[in-house]
Design a protein around this ligand. Structure first.
Ligand code: G3P
Ligand code: MG
Length: 251
């Protein structure tokens, strides 16, 4: 089977700025740009009043000075929280950014995007649909579309139905024996997974079937080189300060 074209670089800054900045924030995206990255991954979900914004967890407790479940908070309530000072005082005043702001930032700074659809519990379908619809609008006319991915099968199905032309990656933590049927069913571009479940043989099999492979979260340079040598197409890293340089030095 012919491999589908891959319009993305090999390295994606994980959650925006990896461990150098508060995750899923605009200062994080700025860190990716400053470190010479050309692609970022970030997590998008819906507020209680149906606005798309960036957040990894179900609650805002870990990554802000606020408390509460995102699914029960309006965007205005969410944006009252300081989403930066938990990481360092220089990030004080950072807010959870809206998806549209981040899309604009990526386009202005030449960052390719992997938009991970991360629904609040029970909101899989509507989140997949809305994020895909907005992504199609936000990136209309851009040379490279965002890659949509999700651990949620239901969200990805809804994303496919809402924006069939946008590329999709199916995210998994554990090795699925039925990977080929699932990637075909969803019309995926890539298989996105925890690097720990990959072997050279598995990467070769996925690529022989025509799909690309992305692996998270790779912070060790030797491991990154090994995965790339197996044919892995994209790596997500938190180590923005060391990994890119280590990989480039090898070239
Ligand atoms: O999309 C790759 C990676 O971000 C998946 O894991 O938990 O960091 O969103 P997580
Ligand atoms: Mg993610």
């Amino acid at each position: 089977m012919t491999l589908q074209a891959w319009p993305y670089p090999a390295l994606f800054a994980h959650r925006g700025g990896g461990y150098l900045a508060p995750e899923n924030t605009l200062p994080g995206m700025a860190e990716a740009v400053a470190r010479g990255f050309h692609a970022v991954e970030f997590d998008v979900k819906l507020s209680s009043d149906n606005h798309t914004f960036l957040l990894h967890d179900d609650s805002i407790d870990r990554t802000s000075n606020g408390r509460g479940l995102a699914a029960r908070m309006t965007l205005a309530e969410l944006q009252q929280a300081d989403a930066g000072s938990w990481h360092g005082s220089r990030f004080a005043g950072t807010v959870f950014p809206r998806f549209a702001e981040v899309a604009r930032y990526c386009q202005q700074h030449g960052l390719r995007a992997n938009v991970e659809i991360k629904p609040c519990p029970g909101r899989d379908r509507e989140t997949g649909e809305q994020v895909a619809r907005e992504a199609a609008q936000l990136w209309a006319g851009q040379p490279v579309p965002p890659l949509l991915s999700s651990f949620s099968w239901e969200a990805l199905v809804a994303a496919r139905d809402a924006a069939p032309h946008l590329p999709r990656g199916w995210l998994v933590e554990e090795w699925p024996e039925d990977w080929e049927a699932r990637l075909r069913e969803l019309g995926c571009l890539s298989f996105n997974c925890d690097y720990l479940i990959l072997t050279a043989e598995r990467v070769a099999a996925i690529k022989a079937a025509g799909y690309r492979v992305m692996a998270y979260t790779v912070n060790d340079a030797d491991r990154a080189r090994e995965l790339l040598s197996w044919g892995v197409d994209g790596l997500f890293t938190d180590a923005l300060d060391s990994l890119r340089e280590a990989i480039l030095r090898q070239d």
